[in-house]
Write a protein that binds this ligand. Sequence first.
Ligand code: TGC
Length: 386
Amino acid sequence: MSDISDLIDFDSLLTADEISLRDSVRSFVDSEIKPNIAGWYEKAVFPLEIVPQLAKLGLLGMHLKGYGCAGRSAVDYGLAGAELEAGDSGLRTFVSVQGSLAMSAIYKHGSEDQKLEWLPAMARGEAIGCFGLTEPTAGSDPSSMTTFARRDGGDWVLNGAKRWIGLASVAQVAVIWAQTDEGIRGFVVPTSTPGFTATPIEPKLSMRASIQCDIELTDVRLPESAVLPNVVGLKGPFSCLNEARYGIVWGAMGAARDAFEAALDYSKGRMQFEKPLAGYQLTQQKLVDMALEINKGFLLALHLGRKKDAGTLLPDHISVGKLNNCREAIKIAREARTILGGNGITLDHSPLRHANNLESVRTYEGTDEVHTLILGRKLTGLPAFR
Ligand code: TGC
């Protein structure tokens, strides 16, 4: 099942196992997601009923080893993310929040008891997790967070608010990052704990088949065992953001590819001035420009994936991929929409839905501006954030 957008024999860079995994996720998306996504998007629902299928495919925490996780490579994880996002960014976001953020936080920084309690259930899709870092007044600058955890005898008591937290209203467990007298720390919070509330943010013009929430934390009392014992400081949440940002490098190109395919298909069938749109030079220019960026975007993603598997991937490398691939994907989705003309503004076609979703994808896990300044710092040695 090679891609019609592939102009460079991309598959020759993949192993048979990688192609097989990609194709099984693609089949799932084609049969279970694409026929239904317009309806979910219109009704603004995330289809929780597909979670057991995602678990059965081994996609939840798929890059983690042990604890019931699939232990797949970074390239496998990326290929799966691209296929999921070809269905909808909300679907890849679910897998990312669950695996790259919530499960990774517990896996990297949690106690053995925390891992045993949560990771196998999360890999099976029986427990959903969320990751509370962003706040109403702390987005790009998480160091300014005001959520505070104070010690009270042997307990911790959390107060504050989080915003734009994926899955929070359907999650059983939240990893909440908070200021403490010792620095920023992470807490594993069962969402049934008194004082924890999560409210979906609605209405949205992007990521409609996905859930993002406000969280309120009012005197949330937790035992000492709730704190993630193995990290203090922002490197804790940033180490998880690295995982999620890496997945976006691939996912954004999956959305772009699907938008391109929709435009190519439409252009071959749509007759204007007595010939198909695809036969006009202006249309071919658009299609070729889109395909070039998709080919380059996937090559970049694969390069970063191979480096991740080799243990040589650095955060700056991920910023190159996140910035470039989100920027190009949104351009591609918008250009694809122009080929569909007026019909492209309906939910019958994917490009504008992808473009709208990609507004969120380019914003979360570090905006274009944040990744530009990370790379500006790398090139100049001068941080320009403040
Ligand atoms: P800085 O002083 O540079 O670093 C603070 C500490 O963190 C370490 N660090 C990293 N560690 C691992 N990976 C990375 N990528 C890291 N980046 C920084 C750093 O080494 C340092 O450690 P230490 O031991 O010296 O203390 O921090 P800064 O505040 O100056 O950083 C500036 C900036 C802008 C790069 C950073 O704040 C940033 O990346 N901002 C963007 C934040 C962001 O991406 N927010 C999105 C959150 S997504 C979310 O909440 C959920 S969205 C998904 C969903 O739920 O649906």
